[in-house]
Write a protein of this length. Structure first.
Lengths: 191, 191
């Protein structure tokens, strides 16, 4: 694709689409929001939304300043032997949580999902559609086991980075991998 | 002990002690608050605090309307064979979370611990001193493994009851026990 010259109003249009998207995701959740509806709300052609952002998933990441990109996460955790999946997931998880630039928005996300029912719904639909669904399909793992593996990691994040319970908060990354990766692997392997 | 006749002002005194306790726990955390300090703050004799509530732990449970009593939890999960500890813990956990009367205050606790650093500290110190410490001592489990087992359960609570991710949210209690109890047991048994 050739680089389009900067047109007047481009960044304003982009911003208008994002703010329309935020409103719609907030009101209707992830599943209930379409590119077409965002475009109508922002008064632009749907093709322009695709042109600026690509997919609905990408609009969501941009609009909600989402701390990680599910497509990138998927690319980071999938390649490699299946019996090392647990290790790769826990390593990636630590990378995301150890970096203050991604940790802070993740904390904000947990806060809003625990205080606001609509935020919880949106988060659930988004993560389900973009990450859990893909991983479950690619590895053919039952969803329930995948949920439980995610719960193990979310719980570690909460106790290690938010509640800061000891010795979990001060444990090294290697200790966390040794502790948690076999559990994730066990869920993947089916107990 | 003989039942003391109802004296005028008894319930007011009790309320004053509780509100002094809430202030001190809020400012100094669990570890930094003593019965003596509460008594001084409320302008009563420390013996009166013991008379009304018993221990610091019990004042805390009463003052913060804490959704479960650690001493009672300990009594519920400890008796029985060691190899069924995982099952007992998960059953107790489901009892507490399935009951709206204890679920709501637990949710409030998670919300305040994720939004307020002092609340997180107080929660950490209280749970560490009253429940995790006792269980770790009684079963001689390393604290790190116990933290990870707690993380598994906290994560299940968050995804099942707050974010309501499927199929975890709709799974039966029996499915949750089958899914999670072996993990808790594995941490207890040392991997």
């Amino acid at each position: 694709m050739t680089q389009a010259g900067r047109r007047p109003g481009t960044s304003e249009t982009r911003e208008e689409i994002l703010s329309a998207a935020r409103r719609l995701f907030g009101e209707r959740g992830y599943d209930g929001t379409t590119i077409r509806a965002m475009a109508a709300e922002a008064g632009v052609n749907p093709a322009l939304v695709h042109h600026f952002f690509g997919t609905k998933e990408q609009v969501f990441v941009a609009a909600l300043d989402f701390p990680f990109n599910p497509a990138e996460a998927f690319q980071r955790i999938m390649p490699g032997p299946r019996h090392e999946f647990g290790q790769r997931v826990v390593h990636y998880f630590l990378t995301v949580w150890n970096n203050p630039q991604t940790r802070e928005p993740l904390l904000a996300l947990i806060r809003s999902a625990t205080t606001n029912e609509q935020a919880a719904t949106t988060f659930r639909q988004f993560v389900g559609a973009t990450l859990l669904g893909r991983v479950a399909d690619a590895l053919r793992i039952p969803r329930l086991e995948l949920n439980a593996a995610m719960a193990q990691m979310v719980g570690v994040a909460l106790l290690r980075y938010v509640i800061k319970i000891e010795p979990l908060a001060s444990a090294s990354d290697d200790e966390i991998v040794q502790l948690v990766a076999p559990i994730i692997q066990r869920y993947i392997d089916g107990g």
